[in-house]
Design a protein around this ligand. Structure first.
Ligand SMILES: [Zn+2]
Length: 418
C-alpha cells in the first residue's frame, strides 16, 4: 500500500542517525508475545533498530537495575491537539494555531510516559495533526510516532457537529457528511491533506450536546461509501460508536476498529470477531468525566449520559472478551489529561484482562491494528528500537506502567529517571 511505503520512509527518517551500538541491561525482559520473562534481560540496538545476536565488544552499556524491559507502548485512540477539559465553548475561543501548540506540548508528555506510537483519531480543523506528525518524524520536536486522521467525519447534528448554538454562529463544517457522495469527497480531500486513516462518528457521543450515544448516525449507504473510498485510497476507517446498532452497521460496512464500543452485544461482538474488527475500549475516559469535583468542567448533560452508560459498559467489554475480539489499547486522552495516558491499564485489568493481555493490547495487538507489526510492538531483532523500562514486574503490578522510568525511541534516549 502507498500508505505503508510512506510510513516506512517516515520511520527511516526518524530512526537513521544512531551509529554507536548501545546495550541495555535490566533485571527482566518481557517477551510480550508469549509472556515469558527473561531474567536478567539484555538487548542491543544500533542505527535505531534492535539487533540480533551478541553485542560487539566496546559497546556503550546502560544498566537499568531492577527494572523490566518492554516494547514502547502504543495508544490507538488519542487527541493530542485537544487540551483536557477544553469543551465546546473552549473550541470556539481557541485558534487552530493555539491548538497545534497544545499538541506540541502533549506529544512530549505522551512520549515521556512511555508511549512511542499513537494513532490520533480526530483533531480540530486545519490538519495541524498532519503537521505535528511530520515535525516529529523529521526530529524537529519530541513526540511519539503518529498516525493521524484530521477532523472526524460526522453527520449534521452528530457527535462531531457543534450543537446547541444559535444558527447564525458559523463553525467549521467541512467534516460534515450527509450523503454518500459527500463522504467520498471528504475522504479524498482528507487524503489529499495527508492523513493516514479516516475517523467517523458512527453514533452520538457523550461529550456533545443534544445527541444520543445509543443512536446510529450515517445511513448504511453513507457508511459503505466512506469505508469503500478510504480503502480505495489505501486507508483504514475507525468508528466512534457507543450504541450496538451503530457498532453493527459500522462493522458490516468494514471499518477496521470500533472506538469505545460501550453498549456492545454478544451477537455484534461475534460479528466483529468473524470480520476481524478490532475494539479500542477507552475505559478511563468515561470515569474521568464522573470524577468528584468535575475537574474537566463537563456540562451536566454529558455527565448524565456518562452516568447512564457506565453501568452497562462492563457487559459490553465482557462480550468483547467472550467473543475473542482483538482489543487494542486506547485512551481518548484529550478527554482527560495527556500525562495520564497509562491509566487504562488498571481498568483493562479490573474489567477482566490479565496483566499480560493488557500489555499485549498496547504492544502486539495495537501494532497489528496499525498494520505496523513488522516495525513496532515487540523486542525482536529488526524492529524499531522503541523500548521502555519500568520498576519491578508489570505482570505482578500492572500500575507500574503508570511510572515508566526509561524511554528509548528509535534508538535515542528520551527519558532516564534515576
Ligand atoms: Zn475520542
Amino acid at each position: 500500500m502507498i500508505l505503508r511505503g510512506l510510513l516506512a520512509s517516515l520511520l527511516c527518517l526518524a530512526l537513521c542517525g544512531q551509529e554507536r551500538p548501545l546495550v541495555l541491561k535490566a533485571a527482566r525482559l518481557l517477551d510480550v508475545r508469549t509472556g515469558k520473562v527473561e531474567a536478567p534481560g539484555q538487548l542491543w540496538v544500533k542505527d535505531g533498530r534492535i539487533q540480533p545476536g551478541a553485542p560487539p565488544a566496546g559497546a556503550e552499556t546502560l544498566d537499568l537495575g531492577d527494572r523490566t524491559l518492554l516494547p514502547g507502548l502504543i495508544d490507538c485512540h488519542t487527541h493530542l491537539l485537544i487540551p483536557a477539559g477544553l469543551g465546546e465553548l473552549g473550541y470556539l475561543k481557541r485558534s487552530h494555531g493555539a491548538l497545534l501548540l497544545d499538541g506540541v506540548v502533549n506529544a512530549r508528555k505522551v512520549l515521556e510516559a512511555g508511549f512511542t506510537t499513537v494513532r490520533d483519531v480526530g483533531a480540530p480543523a486545519g490538519f495541524g495533526d498532519v503537521a505535528l506528525r511530520d515535525a516529529i518524524a523529521r526530529g524537529d520536536i519530541p513526540g511519539p510516532r503518529m498516525l493521524v486522521a484530521g477532523p472526524s467525519l460526522s453527520i449534521t447534528g452528530g457527535h462531531g457537529d457543534l450543537n446547541g448554538f444559535p444558527p447564525h454562529l458559523h463553525t467549521d463544517d467541512e467534516h460534515i457528511v450527509d450523503s454518500p457522495d459527500q463522504g467520498r469527497h471528504a475522504v479524498r480531500e482528507w487524503r489529499k491533506r495527508g492523513v493516514d486513516h479516516i475517523k467517523i462518528h458512527a453514533t452520538g457521543g457523550v461529550l456533545s450536546n443534544h445527541d444520543d450515544p445509543g443512536a446510529p448516525s450515517f445511513s448504511p449507504a453513507e457508511f459503505k461509501a466512506l469505508v469503500e473510498e478510504a480503502n480505495r485510497r489505501g486507508m483504514d476507517v475507525c468508528a466512534h460508536a457507543h450504541g450496538d446498532a451503530g457498532i453493527l452497521e459500522a462493522t458490516v460496512a468494514g471499518v477496521r476498529s470500533i472506538e469505545h464500543g460501550s453498549l456492545l452485544s454478544l451477537a455484534t461482538a461475534r460479528e466483529m470477531k468473524a470480520r476481524g474488527t478490532f475494539l479500542v475500549p477507552t475505559l478511563y475516559a468515561l470515569e474521568s468525566i464522573l470524577l468528584p469535583g468535575n475537574p474537566y468542567h463537563v456540562p451536566e448533560g454529558s455527565i448524565a449520559k456518562a452516568r447512564a452508560i457506565l453501568p452497562l459498559r462492563r457487559a459490553g467489554f465482557k462480550a468483547a472478551l467472550d467473543a475473542g475480539i482483538p482489543i487494542a489499547y486506547g485512551t481518548d486522552i484529550g478527554v482527560f489529561e495527556h500525562r495520564q495516558v497509562a491509566m487504562d491499564f488498571r481498568y483493562l485489568a479490573a474489567y477482566g484482562m490479565t496483566p499480560l493481555q493488557a500489555i499485549q493490547s498496547a504492544t502486539v495487538v495495537a501494532a497489528r491494528l496499525l498494520r505496523l507489526e513488522t516495525e513496532i510492538g515487540t523486542l525482536e531483532a529488526g524492529r524499531a528500537a522503541d523500548i521502555i523500562a519500568v520498576e519491578g514486574d508489570p505482570l505482578k503490578d500492572i500500575t507500574t506502567l503508570e511510572r515508566v522510568s526509561f524511554v528509548l525511541k528509535g534508538g535515542k534516549v528520551i527519558r532516564q529517571a534515576p
